[in-house]
Design a protein around this ligand. Structure first.
Ligand code: ZN
Length: 288
């Protein structure tokens, strides 16, 4: 990759620790009345050790916009349920960096700069509202080869667990998904299907059924939560993310200004590379 930017060390740190950003719940805990498939150990559909002897040419810069891996999208069948994915293929020393965008614009541009400078393609969980407010950044994500996940339109909880409201109806959930998909398609021509990420990590069996019926066959959770949204300093984010690294890990970060994830990103990338990890989008990391 050329132009490695001298990133202006912004001093614009936490404006306020209003952790309203994406407020990912600390652990990928299933919620709601029907605690259904807990996203723990290995819900991956992929963990089958396919004896992949060639761990892919790894760290190489690969930000070519055309290199997006085709989504493994099983055709939805009525009555199915989205597969909860909280870890990718453990047979490869590859991890996925994912960034949720559902609050302010925050560090999105800087994160994209860092990813580009390092030749890394990532996954972004974006809300339709954020896309409407940041159309150029969404276009840039797609143009630079990143992958998009449907993070709903309004970032309301589908189950109500984290918001104290009643669960959304199926119609409301579909509207949240459809509206975002429509906006993303209009802006970029790309689709968010078949990847869904639940606001606050709130989901239950009914959510998995409803999103599946709308074409979202994957409920993308995570292996490692940076905890940046909790307001911990960048140095702690780095330490945490590196100590929890494992093959196939899916990391969750946030672009919003309430989190110092962006300030920790380069050190995390450097540390993971030193440990022999390469980087891929969610579709790449969960692939068999
Ligand atoms: Zn979020």
């Amino acid at each position: 990759m050329s132009l490695r930017r001298a990133l202006p060390v912004g001093t614009l740190l936490l404006l306020a620790l209003s952790l309203t950003s994406c407020g990912a719940s600390s652990a990928p805990v299933a919620s709601g009345p029907a605690p259904s498939p807990a996203p723990s150990p290995s819900p991956t559909p992929t963990a089958t050790p396919t004896a992949v002897p060639s761990p892919t040419p790894a760290p190489g810069p690969s930000a070519s916009p055309t290199a997006v891996a085709p989504a493994p999208s099983p055709t939805p069948v009525p009555g199915g349920s989205a597969t909860v994915v909280s870890r990718g293929n453990a047979a490869r020393r590859m991890v996925a960096l994912t960034f949720d965008a559902g609050a302010d614009t925050g560090y999105a541009a800087r994160i994209l700069d860092i990813l580009r400078a390092n030749g890394i393609r990532a996954s972004f969980g974006i809300t339709g509202r954020w896309a409407e407010q940041n159309p150029d950044l969404v276009r840039r994500m797609v143009a630079e080869g990143h992958h998009l996940i449907n993070h709903t339109y309004s970032h309301d909880s589908f189950t109500g667990r984290s918001t104290g409201r009643p669960p959304m109806t199926q119609a409301q959930r579909w509207q949240e998904l459809d509206r975002t998909e429509e906006i993303v398609q209009r802006l970029t021509g790309a689709s968010t299907k078949p990847y869904f990420r639940p606001p606050y990590g709130d989901y239950d069996a009914s959510v998995n059924a409803d999103v599946y019926a709308r074409g979202y066959t994957y409920n993308v959770m995570w292996t490692v939560d940076s905890w940046g949204w909790r307001g911990i300093p960048a140095q702690e984010i780095v330490q945490r993310c590196l100590s929890l690294a494992e093959p196939g890990a899916i990391y969750i970060f946030h672009v919003g200004s309430a989190s110092q994830d962006a300030l920790a990103l380069q050190a995390i990338i450097d540390g993971l590379r030193r440990a022999g990890y390469s980087f891929g989008t969610v579709p790449e990391v969960i692939a068999p």
